[in-house]
Ligand binder design. Sequence first.
Ligand SMILES: [Zn+2]
Length: 114
Amino acid sequence: MHELGVVFHMVDLLEDVGREQGLTRVSEVVVDLGEVSGVVTELFEDAWEWASNRHDLLRGARLRVNCIEAVTVCNSCGKTYPTVAHGRICPHCASPDTELLRGNELNIREIEAC
Ligand SMILES: [Zn+2]
C-alpha cells in the first residue's frame, strides 16, 4: 500500500520537527494533497490513523487533508485548464504540449502542538 509508505515518511519528518522544536504532543497536522498525487485520501487517512497511534508524539493527532485541484498549462496557447477533466491534451487548442502546474504535491502545511 503506497499510502502507508507516504505516512511512514511523514511520521519520520514530524518526529524530526518535534525533536527540533521540543514538542511532546501534536494535536493536528494539515497536509496539502494534490488531486493527481496518486495518493487516495481515504487510504491515506486510514494509514495515518494506524501509524500515528504507534508514536507518542502523534497519538490522537487529527489529520486534515487540504485538497489541491490539479491545473495544467498549455505551452502552445498559454491557457490553463483542470487536469482531471482533460488530461494531457489542451481543450483550448488540442495541443499535447502541456505541463502540470500543480496538483502533484503532498506537503505538510501546518503542525499544531498541544
Ligand atoms: Zn492550448
